[in-house]
Design a protein around this ligand. Sequence first.
Ligand code: A2P
Length: 340
Amino acid sequence: MSKKYNIAVVGATGAVGQMMIQILLERKFPVKKLDLLASKNSEGKKINISGNNFKVKSLDNFDFQETDIALFSAGAAISKKYASHATKNNAVVIDNTSFFRYEKNVPLIVPEVNGKEISCYKETGIIANPNCSTIQMLVAIKPIHDVCKIKRINVCTYQAVSGSGNLAIEELKDQINAYTQNKNIESKIYPKQIAFNVIPQIDKFMDNGYTKEEMKMVWETKKILDDAIEVNPTTVRVPVFYGHSEAVHLELEEKISANKVKEILMDKNSGVILVDEHKDGGYPCAANECEDSNEVFVGRVREDISIQNGINMWVVSNNIRKGAAYNSIQIAELLIKDYL
Ligand code: A2P
C-alpha cells in the first residue's frame, strides 16, 4: 500500500486554508490524518468542504509531533510564532505567508519554474510559497526566458479581493449591496472603497515609495527565476472576487516575434494555457477562465511597438488556487515524491 501522510492546515477557516483542503481532496492527496487548525475562536467549529465535514482545532495547544506536513496560511505573525514549533517536531512546513520567503536557506518554490531547488529545505524544514502575483507571472514567462533571456519586466496587476482573505470578500459584497441600496459605504479592510473602484495600493508602503506587494514581485522574481531580471511593478486592487490579471511587458535581450512566443506557450509542457484570438472576447478573463481552475492563462501576446525587443501579454490565474493553495499542494506533492 502506498504511504499516507498526516497533514495539518494552519488557517483552515480562511480563504486559502479552505482551498488547500479542497485541493487535497480534488487531487486525492494521500492523507492519513487531516488536522484543521485556526484561532481559539474557531475551536470546535465545523466546516464543510465538497460534502465532507471537518472539525476545527485550536492552533494554540496543537502538538505537531505526528504531523508530516504543516501547511501554514494564517498570516506572517502566526508563521513567525508557530512554524519553528512545527519543524522542531519534525514536520515540514510549507508556508504561504511572506515571513520566510527572503531567507537565504529557505527555498521559494514555483514547481514549474524552480521545483528542483526544493531539495535544500532540509536545512530549515521550511519551504516558502511565493506571492500570488509573482507565481502566475513567473509561470507565464519562464518558458520565454528559457528561449530568449528577459532583461526587464514592466508589470501592472489587477488583483482580486480574495487575496486579502475572507473578510475582504465580505467587504466587497457589503459595499456592492450598500451602493445599490443607496446606503453608507463602510471600509474596514481597504483604505478606500473597493466596490466600483480601483485602489493603487496592496500591502504597506516601503521607504522607496513602492508598496510591499510591488517589492515582493521584484525580490521574488530575482530569487526564483533570475537575479539579473529587473522588475518595475505597479500592483492594484480591483473589485473582482477571484483571479488576478496582469499586463506584463517584457524587454528581451534579442528580438523575438509574437508568433514565436505563442508557439513557445502553446507547448504542452509550458504550464500555460494560451487563449489568444484577435476577436471580441478572444482573451482570458478572471471571472470566465479561472473561477475553478489551477492553470495560468495567457492572451493578448503582441510585439511592443515602442521598443526594440519587447513583448506584451495578459496573464490571468486564480489567486487562491495557483497563486496560493494549489502551488502549496504541488510543493507537497514534490516533497512526498522525492523526500518523505
Ligand atoms: P479564525 O477563522 O479562527 O480567525 P483569511 O486569510 O481568510 O482572513 O483567514 C485567516 C486564517 O488565519 C483563518 O483561518 C484564521 O482563523 C487564521 N488565524 C488568524 N489568527 C489566528 C491565530 N491567532 N491562530 C491560529 N489561526 C489564526
